[in-house]
Design a protein around this ligand. Structure first.
Ligand SMILES: C[S@@+](CC[C@H](N)C(=O)[O-])C[C@H]1O[C@@H](n2cnc3c(N)ncnc32)[C@H](O)[C@@H]1O
Length: 165
């Protein structure tokens, strides 16, 4: 499983604990964020968790070239890049979208911006992958730090789901 743009890696750690049979890898380009998460206390790292600093588009390209196939791919609260001219920076408009799809697996993207969810689902649809958008239930345990922050601010949260692409 891949947790792309994992921030501190708190979400990745939770995923690894929940699914000890899976290798769970979290990728983020921010060394500052990664240093604030499980890497700061390595003794709490489950053995199936790997956190790495990398640019995810490059990572996806290399993983695709190496023939990786994922079971599940999480994208939790990617940067929205909200201006119209930023469309190509959103993952569904980015050249790396083809690599993301080629890595396969079930896709789960969460966002607090309905437009991002709708665009992402539309992009999956036009590439032949049925996707649904479901509300993220406000839970006591949040999937990630950004989810906790948005939920505390009363934001509506959306999850895009696609079966193995
Ligand atoms: C809004 S934060 C969400 C962090 C985390 N997923 C969460 O939900 O708490 C977006 C994260 O994506 C990372 N990010 C954005 N673009 C990236 C890229 N091209 N490669 C790697 N990380 C990226 C940022 O460094 C940041 O940690």
């Amino acid at each position: 499983m891949l947790d792309s743009g994992c921030g501190t890696g708190a979400s990745t750690r939770a995923l690894a604990i929940a699914d000890p049979e899976a290798w769970v890898i979290g990728i983020d380009r921010s060394a500052v964020r990664l240093a604030r998460g499980p890497l700061a206390s390595p003794t709490t790292m489950p053995p199936n968790l790997l956190l790495a600093r990398a640019e995810v588009a490059a990572f996806w390209r290399l993983a695709r070239a190496a023939g990786w196939r994922l079971r599940r791919h999480w994208l939790l609260y990617p940067n929205p890049w909200p201006k119209p001219e930023h469309l190509m920076r959103r993952w569904h408009g980015h050249p790396a979208f083809a690599d993301l799809l080629a890595l396969g697996g079930e896709l789960r993207l969460r966002t607090n911006w309905r437009v991002y969810a709708e665009e992402f689902a539309l992009a999956l649809g036009v590439t032949g992958h049925a996707a649904t958008i479901v509300p993220v239930a406000v839970a006591a345990a949040h999937a990630s730090p950004f989810e906790a922050k948005y939920a505390a601010s009363g934001h509506e949260l959306f999850e895009v789901r696609a079966a193995a692409v």
